[in-house]
Design a protein around this ligand. Structure first.
Ligand code: FES
Ligand SMILES: [Fe+2]
Length: 354
């Protein structure tokens, strides 16, 4: 796991005045929202006996431990111990770690690391047109490594095999997929145009007035966020757009909590949301079922595998990752030990949620 990055870790809509545990590998955080709407993130471990604060309650912007009721304010400082008279002084050690959090694009982002604000990478900035599209949200868990699932989301070549049965059969085969990657200090992006989506007499072709072209723009943002922008059309004035934001939250080396937002610019009736949610879930499952079988789940060194031109974006992602490991930004929390303290069950749903 990399430190000194912003982790997209929860949907904003899921953070309320009820404490919510968020797990990243063996790290546990508690999130809650104050009356003023501010999101607070603390270590999910009471300094008294170690109980999970996420089982406690929030009142007046403070969280109370479920065990003996100690009260902690948003910066982690303990301000009340029910078993002591109010005038009794409270030890300075009675505090929990607090973390910087931001909200953007429907997600809560938690900064994990020790860099001061001025030295941190910014949050991703996504193209503005996305905010005008219609979103649906859902989450699922997959039995595969988060970095490997991210790679699948950056892979221009896998559609012809992994998604063969859903839409991959429409992509022309045996043409070298080559493109340029633009990258900066923490992100990379590339675009591929597929000439045609086949010549079948499908409903899609009929609706678009002929064989459509597909434009695929894929981006990654270290450490755990990807953006896929797919547009399908014939340059005849109408493009169907799908945009998929994905937060990949590692629970262990081979389990990942996936939080996806699927945007579209067509058939935006809310009663069709579930149809599109299921469609996107099917594609996510197609990816994960194969990624789960990779011989090595954690990311191997670049030289340990074979690469072709189409893998350039994933390689850019790996190189950046490697660069930060060499800078000492790797932490050993990714070693999948069994849960340490506070491992009360995280509510993870494998079914679709709204
Ligand atoms: S364990 Fe939290 S108050 Fe005692
Ligand atoms: Fe895929």
């Amino acid at each position: 796991m990399l430190k000194n990055f912003w982790y997209a870790c929860e949907f904003s809509s899921e953070v309320t005045d009820k404490p919510k545990q968020v797990k990243i590998f063996d790290l546990r955080f508690v999130l809650y929202r104050t009356f003023e709407g501010q999101v607070v993130a603390l270590k999910d471990q009471c300094p008294h006996r170690g109980a999970a604060l996420s089982l406690g309650w929030v009142k007046d912007g403070c969280i109370h431990c479920p065990y003996h009721g100690w009260k902690f304010q948003a910066d982690g400082k303990c301000t009340e111990i029910p078993a002591n008279a109010p005038e009794t002084s409270i030890s300075k050690r009675a505090r929990v770690d607090s973390y910087s959090v931001r909200e953007k694009y429907g997600f809560v982002w938690l900064f994990y690391g020790d860099l001061v604000e001025e030295d941190r990478h910014p949050l991703p900035t996504l193209p503005e047109y996305i905010s005008g599209l219609h979103p649906v949200y859902y989450e699922c868990t997959e039995n595969a490594n988060y970095a490997r699932i991210m790679e699948a989301n950056l892979d221009f070549a896998h559609v012809i095999a992994v998604h063969k049965k859903s839409f991959g059969q429409r992509i022309p085969l045996h043409k070298t997929i080559k493109y340029k990657v633009e990258e900066d200090e923490f992100s990379g992006v590339a675009t591929v145009n597929y000439d045609s989506l086949g010549n079948s007499k499908s409903l899609l072709n009929f609706l678009l007035g002929g064989r459509p072209q597909m434009n695929s723009r894929l981006s990654f943002f270290l450490p755990n966020f990807t953006l896929s922008e797919i547009s399908i059309g014939r340059n005849n004035g109408f493009d169907m757009k799908f945009v998929i934001l994905v937060a990949h939250i590692p629970l262990s080396d081979n389990t990942t909590l996936i939080k996806r937002v699927l945007y579209r610019n067509f058939l935006t009736f809310p009663w069709l949301d579930n149809f599109f949610r299921k469609l996107d879930y099917k594609l996510a499952e197609e990816d994960a079922s194969v990624v789960a079988t990779l011989h090595t789940q954690t990311m191997p060194r670049i030289s340990q595998e074979i690469h072709v031109a189409a893998d350039a974006l994933a390689l850019s992602y790996r190189k950046l990752w490697q660069k930060y490991l060499e800078m000492g930004w790797g932490t050993d929390v990714s070693v999948g030990k069994s849960a340490s303290s506070n491992g009360h069950s995280v509510e993870v749903s494998t079914s679709l949620v709204k």
